[in-house]
Design a protein around this ligand. Structure first.
Ligand code: IPM
Ligand code: MN
Length: 350
C-alpha cells in the first residue's frame, strides 16, 4: 500500500517527536512492504516566522492532498501576548477546521510497566483503559461572537444539533467495540448548551440499545478520573471540557507525553500527540516520543485500516516500556533515555 502522509512538525519538541515517529513509520513500511510518500509543511510558530501566518495556504493544500497528516506540536512563548488569531495555536485550529475533524479520540490507558510512573497510587491507576471523545470543531474555540473590548471580553459556546449528533455517533460506535459504556460529560446544571447537549445525546442513544449511557457533570468527572478511573470506558464531551480532562488523563497514563490522539471526520484524519510544544525542554533530545509514535499507530489503524501494523507499533511501545528505557518524564529507575533512543528502541522491537 502507498501511504501519502503530510508531516507538520511544528514548534518546540514537536520537531523531535515527529522525527522519532517518522523513523517508526519507515520501519513499519519496510517490514510490512508499504511505500511512504511523505511531504512536509509549516504550521504554528515556525510558519509565522517563515510566512507571516500560522496556517499558510501551502499547508492547507498539502493537507487536502495527503491521505493523513501527522502533527507534532504548536506554540512558542514569544507569542504569549499576541491575540488568539495571530498565535501559533490558530494554525492548529485552522487545520482542524479545514479537515473538519470533529471527533478527537484520546485513548488513556495505564500500561502495566508505568503504574509507578503516575504520581497517583497504583491501586487507583492500575487497569485504566478509557477513551476520551472530544468534540473538536465547535464550542468556545470557534464560537462567534468573540472579542476583547476595553472593559469587557467575551466568547460564545454554541452547538448545533448536527454537531452534537455526529460526534455522539462516533462515541457510541467506539463503545460498541469496547465495554459498551458511554459517559457524556457536561455542565447542564448551569449551561443551556449543556442541557441541549444532553438532550441530543439521549436522542442519539436510542439507536444504540446495547450501549449503557450515563451523564456526569464536568467538575465531578475531573474528580472521578483521579478517584476511580476504571469506571470509564468511552467519555464523550465538548471541545473545552475535553481539552481540560485529557490533560488529567496524562496523570493516569504516567505522563502527558504518553498520550496519542486521532482527529477524525468525514475526510482525512489528523494525528497529533496530546502534549504541547514544551519550550522548557525543546532541542534537548529529552521529550517522550511515545505519544507521537502512538499517533502513528492510530493513523495506521483509522486512516489506512492496517490493523496488524498498528498492533505491531503498540506492542513495540509496550515492550520498550517493559525494558525501562524511557524518557525522564516517566521517572525511570536508571538514567533516562533520549527521544532518539526511545524511537530507535520502538523500531527495533517492531
Ligand atoms: C490540545 C492543545 C490545543 C487545544 C492547543 C495547542 C490549541 O492543548 O490539542 O489539547 O487546546 O486543542
Ligand atoms: Mn490541550
Amino acid at each position: 500500500m502507498n501511504l501519502k502522509i503530510l508531516l507538520l512538525p511544528g514548534d518546540g519538541i514537536g520537531t523531535e517527536v515527529t522525527a522519532a515517529a517518522v523513523d517508526v513509520l519507515k520501519t513499519v513500511g519496510k517490514k510490512f512492504g508499504h511505500t511512504l510518500e511523505l511531504s512536509e509543511g509549516l504550521l504554528g510558530g515556525v510558519a509565522i516566522h517563515k510566512t507571516g501566518t500560522p496556517f499558510p495556504k501551502d499547508t492547507e493544500e498539502l493537507c487536502l492532498k495527503a491521505d493523513a497528516t501527522l502533527m507534532g506540536a504548536v506554540g512558542l512563548p514569544e507569542f504569549d501576548t499576541a491575540p488568539p488569531s495571530q498565535r501559533p495555536e490558530a494554525g492548529l485550529l485552522g487545520i482542524r477546521r479545514v479537515l473538519d475533524v470533529f471527533a478527537n479520540l484520546r485513548p488513556v490507558r495505564t500500561w502495566k510497566a508505568l503504574v509507578d510512573s503516575s504520581p497517583l497510587k497504583n491501586h487507583v491507576v492500575e487497569g485504566t483503559d478509557m477513551i476520551i471523545v472530544r468534540e473538536l470543531t465547535g464550542g468556545l474555540y470557534y464560537g462567534q461572537p468573540r472579542g476583547i473590548e476595553n472593559d469587557r471580553a467575551f466568547n460564545t459556546m454554541s452547538y448545533t444539533r448536527q454537531e452534537v449528533e455526529r460526534v455522539t455517533h462516533t462515541a457510541f460506535k467506539l463503545a460498541g467495540n469496547r465495554r459498551k459504556k458511554v459517559t457524556s460529560v457536561d455542565k447542564s446544571n448551569v449551561l443551556e448548551v449543556s442541557q441541549f447537549w444532553r438532550k441530543v445525546v439521549v436522542d442519539v442513544a436510542q439507536q444504540y440499545p446495547d450501549i449503557q449511557l450515563e451523564h456526569m457533570l464536568v467538575d465531578n468527572a475531573a474528580m472521578q478520573m483521579v478517584l476511580n478511573p476504571r469506571q470509564f470506558d468511552v467519555m464523550l464531551t465538548e471541545n473545552t471540557f475535553g481539552d481540560i480532562l485529557s490533560d488529567v488523563g496524562g496523570i493516569l497514563a504516567g505522563s502527558i507525553g504518553m498520550l496519542p490522539s486521532a482527529s477524525l471526520g468525514m475526510k482525512k484524519g489528523l494525528y497529533e500527540p496530546v502534549h504541547g510544544s514544551a519550550p522548557d525542554i525543546a532541542g534537548q533530545n529529552k521529550a517522550n516520543p511515545l505519544g507521537a509514535i502512538g499517533s502513528v499507530a492510530a493513523m495506521l489503524e483509522y486512516t489506512f485500516g492496517l490493523n496488524k501494523e498498528a498492533a505491531a507499533v503498540n506492542d513495540a511501545i509496550g515492550k520498550v516500556l517493559e525494558s525501562g528505557r524511557v524518557t525522564a518524564d516517566l521517572r525511570p529507575k536508571g538514567s533516562p533515555a533520549t527521544t532518539q533512543e526511545v524511537g530507535k528502541a520502538v523500531s527495533e522491537a517492531i
